[in-house]
Design a protein around this ligand. Sequence first.
Ligand code: GYE
Length: 314
Amino acid sequence: MMVATAAACGDSGGSEGSGSGDDSIVLGFSQVGAESGWRTANTKSIQESAEEAGIELKFADAQQKQENQIKAIRNYIAQRVDVIAFSPVVESGWDTVLKEAKDAEIPVILTDRAVDSADDTLYETFIGSDFVQEGRLSGEWLVEEFADAPGPVKIVELEGTTGSAPANDRKQGFGEAIAADPKFEIIASQTGEFTRAKGKEVMEAFLQAHNDIDVLFAHNDDMGLGAIEAIEAAGLVPGQDITIITIDAVRDGMQALADGKINFIAECSPLLGPQLMELVEQVHAGETVPKRVVTEETTFTQEQAKEALPTREY
Ligand code: GYE
């Protein structure tokens, strides 16, 4: 059985929340949206593992808007769910609503993305990837790959959603790594909002403004895949004329990597559901949980993608 999902903001309806008779835990989850292959896999992981754990899931899709997430969280508080989890679309601006949850004594778990709140008592734990490290690994690969290339090496960057933790952190990690050699130069950087359509559009503009792009660094596979369409439409060969580095390693990205259109991917696992449900149960039982749970991940070259693809889960 599928768990009911609600479009847009707010309440997915139905149950009265905790205290309604049976003892299954009620979890209110506010998702970022459905912007990427990563997000789709993440939503599926959360829905399936809630079902497996016997946790009643209330799910709301915020369509990449913070105001929708705040509304959803307020709804969950009003419904008196047992635990709230959410993936904050941007890092800042959460203190007020988190304080409301705390006052209502509803524990909050941050999933996938962090908040920049100075008060870490506003949430129980944060489970997700080390985005700085993903950016760093991407930059380190480039520095090594282009070790003997003459400079300047001109890079364009497709950033994720402005103000989001993965956009801020991946940019930072990549920038730190390429600072190893001044020949690396980011000549243009703009948000592609983590979507394929926007990645394509921004890459078209980059290609019009610059005829000497050596490298594309995209903060996720989807933007990279959109950019590949723009590169091909401009008569260039992705992966050869322009070296492409992305992050996520979802199936479509891995396929493009195996096909030689992408050159390197740093993995970011969306399969957070099982660990999240464990944390929900622990927090609900009043157990102490670690403040930070980091996801394990790896990186892929083209050869490694060919090997991994047949058994890839997402
Ligand atoms: O990389 C991107 C998605 O927050 C890690 O969000 C997540 C990012 C992921 O849209 O594809």
